[in-house]
Design a protein around this ligand. Structure first.
Ligand SMILES: C[S@@+](CC[C@H](N)C(=O)[O-])C[C@H]1O[C@@H](n2cnc3c(N)ncnc32)[C@H](O)[C@@H]1O
Length: 312
């Protein structure tokens, strides 16, 4: 693995949707709003720190960051240890190229490796070859989660550490899937229109098979246990705020940002979705109802996240 020839393991999804991940991670999750980007990054900073604390990094470690994206966790790991190396792995070639160019700019390239591989197939790496595996908000996109845990166990050295952070989307689903609810907002008077937009989202992400909804914290513990991890710890944080108390939500933003944000990489922004499935009249009615709710933050907030850490 070197700068000129990063290890390349081709994966079907990487070939098909190669830009979907970078488009979302670098652009659509921020809705083109610098202030919102700042808020997201501020939210992520302590998450990154906690993932790295739980990984108990030591000098000389070989760290693998699975689904590295633009390197939030991986660059954080490099900052914490002066020796050792980090393998940036992802299914998005674009994001690996992006991370590689950042590493070059930071003068860190000699301590970085780049691996194009899915979490569920890390066969490019040998058994017992890394000290630490980290991953943040990646398993939520992986259908074969059990297999991914098996891979983490296989490549970790005995005594190696695994540190994970994941959202538990199932926690909010019962509320958010109700027909009168759109992204947490009460759309009762325009429910027929909201259903058209939701139908598009569901077509792109069928709820009964979507990896984002097929697990909770107990499943993650079970996967770690089944893989063979000896000592497993998990912390669940759940937040519920009823209407009018959504101050704890990150979604407190202006209409333009809301319009240009996609909730996850697999769905379009609201503006794109409305353009695809609504008539101009329906769009106008929908916006007239929804916009004031967004601007006054009249939404229900319901979220859960977990930190899981374990020893091989
Ligand atoms: C929400 S981003 C998180 C990025 C990074 N871990 C961070 O903390 O900012 C999800 C990342 O997972 C990657 N990803 C999606 N499916 C994956 C899979 N099956 N295996 C490995 N990475 C995957 C995406 O390309 C994307 O970079």
């Amino acid at each position: 693995m070197s700068e000129s020839a990063p290890t390349v393991y081709l994966h079907q999804e990487a070939l098909m949707g190669h830009d979907m991940w970078s488009e979302w991670l670098l652009h659509h999750r921020f809705g083109g709003d610098a202030q919102h980007m700042q808020a997201v990054l501020e939210y992520l900073r302590p998450v990154r720190d906690r993932v790295l604390d739980n990984a108990r990094l030591a000098e000389g470690d070989m760290v693998l960051d699975v689904g590295c994206g633009d390197g939030l966790i991986a660059f954080g790991a490099l900052e914490r240890i002066a020796s050792g190396a980090v393998i940036f792995s992802d299914i998005s070639e674009d994001l690996l190229n992006h991370a590689q160019s950042l590493a070059r700019d930071m003068g860190l390239l000699d301590r970085c490796r780049f691996l194009l591989a899915p979490a569920e197939d890390l066969s490019a790496l040998e058994e017992a070859s890394v000290d630490v595996v980290t991953t943040r908000s990646v398993l939520i996109y992986v259908a074969a989660k059990r297999q991914a845990f098996g891979e983490f166990y296989r490549i970790l050295k005995p005594g190696g550490r695994l540190s994970i952070f994941e959202p538990i989307n199932r926690f909010g689903e019962e509320v958010f899937s109700q027909p009168h609810c759109f992204a947490g907002y009460d759309v009762t008077p325009v429910m027929d229109i909201a259903q058209k937009v939701k139908a598009l989202y569901h077509q792109l992400q069928p709820r009964d098979s979507d990896p984002m909804l097929d697990f909770d914290e107990r499943d993650l513990i079970a996967y770690a246990e089944e893989a063979g991890f000896k000592m497993i710890r998990l912390e669940l944080q759940a937040e519920v705020a009823s209407l009018g108390n959504a101050g704890m939500s990150l979604e407190d933003r202006n209409w333009e940002t809301f319009l240009h944000t996609a909730g996850n990489p697999k769905i379009p922004t609201l503006e794109e979705a409305m353009r695809q499935v609504l008539t101009p009249e329906e769009t106008a009615r929908f916006v007239t109802h929804l916009r004031p709710l967004v601007e006054t933050n009249q939404r229900i907030h319901r979220s859960a996240t977990v930190f899981l850490w374990a020893i091989r």
